[in-house]
Ligand binder design. Structure first.
Ligand SMILES: [Mn+2]
Length: 318
C-alpha cells in the first residue's frame, strides 16, 4: 500500500501534514508546490487500497483527478477550507471540508486529532493570517506572550516561503521544508534548533523592506492597489505583504499585482479584515482566479485587463 501526501506548500498545508504525520508516522510520497500550484492531485497516480491524503487545496480545482483516483480504488482523506462545490459521494472518500472564514486546514486536522499537536495547528493558523483563531486555539497551551509571538512569526515565515511563481523562486522547496519541520513535535524547538528559521527570517526582512518602498498605484479610503516588478523577491513577498497591508488598514481592501516574466500579472486580493468577504467572488470573475472569501488571487491576469480589474475591484469593495 502506497501512502501519498498531497499538500499546499504554505504554512497551513505544511502544519496540517505535520500534525497528521506526527500522529501517524511512516514514510510517504510528498506532492506539493508553490502556494498557487493547487492542481496537485492530477500529478498523483495510485492504485487499489493506496492511501492518499489531501490537505489545503480546493476540492473543486481537483475534482476530476479526485474522481479518477476514487475510481481506481484508492482511499482518499481530504481536509480543506477552500471553495469545494458539491462533494463526490464515494465510500472511499473521507472529507472534512469547512469553508468557514475563521478556520484553516490546520485546525480541521487539529479537531480530527483531538488537539494532539495543537502548537503546530496554531502555527498554521497564524500562517493563514487568522490571528484571532490562532490565539484562541493557543489558550489551552498557556504560552507566554513571547512564545505566542514566536509561533506567529514561524507561521508567517512558513507562509512567506510558499509564495513564488515556481519552486525556484522559494528559499526552500516545500517538500524539503516539510522534511526539516518533521523531526520537531514542538514548533518552539524548531525555532530554537533549526537554521532554516533564521534563513527565512532574513529573507523575509529583506524582501519586506523592498516591498515597503513601493507606493500604491491606486489608493482610496476603501481600496489600495500595488504593482510589483517581475523579480523573485516580489513574487516571494507579495502574499505576506498583502497580509501586512490588510492588518495595517483593516477597513480597506488590498490588491497586489506582480508582473509575470512573460507578461500579465499574478494577483493577490485581501478583503477588508473587518468583513472578510468578497475576495473569492471578485477573483472568480477572471479565468484563473480562486481562493477564499477573505483572501483570494488570480494566477494570470492579462495586462490588457488591468483597468477592468481595478474597476471591478472598486465595484466589489469601494
Ligand atoms: Mn489554508
Amino acid at each position: 500500500v502506497a501512502r501519498i501526501d498531497v499538500f499546499n506548500g504554505d504554512a497551513d498545508g505544511i502544519c496540517a501534514l505535520q500534525q497528521l504525520r506526527l500522529a501517524e508516522p511512516g514514510a510517504s510520497t510528498l506532492v506539493t508546490g508553490v502556494k498557487r500550484d493547487i492542481a496537485l492531485l492530477e500529478r498523483v497516480s495510485a492504485g487499489p487500497g493506496d492511501e492518499v491524503t489531501v490537505l489545503d487545496v480546493s476540492l473543486d480545482k481537483n475534482r476530476a483527478a479526485l474522481e479518477r483516483l476514487l475510481a481506481t480504488g484508492a482511499r482518499v482523506r481530504y481536509f480543506d477550507h477552500h471553495y469545494a462545490g458539491d462533494l463526490p459521494q464515494h465510500p472511499n472518500l473521507m472529507a472534512r471540508i469547512d469553508p468557514a472564514p475563521t478556520r484553516g486546514t490546520s485546525l480541521l486536522v487539529d479537531e480530527y486529532l483531538g488537539g494532539r499537536y495543537r502548537a503546530w495547528a496554531v502555527v498554521g493558523t497564524f500562517g493563514d493570517n487568522l490571528d484571532e483563531s490562532a490565539r484562541q486555539a493557543a489558550e489551552p497551551l498557556q504560552l507566554d506572550e513571547r512564545d505566542l509571538d514566536r509561533l506567529r512569526e514561524l507561521g508567517v515565515l512558513l507562509n512567506y516561503n510558499a509564495y513564488g511563481e515556481q519552486v525556484e523562486d522559494l528559499h526552500v522547496a516545500p517538500d524539503e521544508l516539510f522534511r526539516r519541520v518533521h523531526p520537531y513535535a514542538d514548533p518552539l524547538s524548531f525555532i530554537d534548533s533549526e537554521p532554516t528559521f533564521e534563513q527565512l527570517r532574513t529573507g523575509h526582512a529583506e524582501d519586506t523592506a523592498r516591498a515597503r518602498a513601493v507606493r500604491p498605484a491606486v489608493e482610496s479610503e476603501r481600496i489600495a492597489v500595488y504593482v510589483l516588478p517581475a523579480e523573485p523577491w516580489a513574487r516571494r513577498v507579495s502574499g505576506v505583504f498583502a497580509n501586512d497591508l490588510a492588518t495595517s488598514a483593516p477597513t480597506r481592501a488590498h490588491a497586489l499585482l506582480t508582473y509575470l516574466h512573460d507578461g500579465g500579472f499574478v494577483v493577490s486580493v485581501r478583503a477588508p479584515l473587518a468583513t472578510r468577504t468578497g475576495a473569492d467572488a471578485l477573483c472568480r470573475q477572471f479565468p484563473t482566479g480562486g481562493g477564499r472569501q477573505a483572501a483570494a488571487g488570480i494566477n494570470r491576469l492579462p495586462e490588457d485587463r488591468y483597468e477592468e480589474f481595478v474597476r471591478r475591484f472598486g465595484e466589489a469593495f469601494g
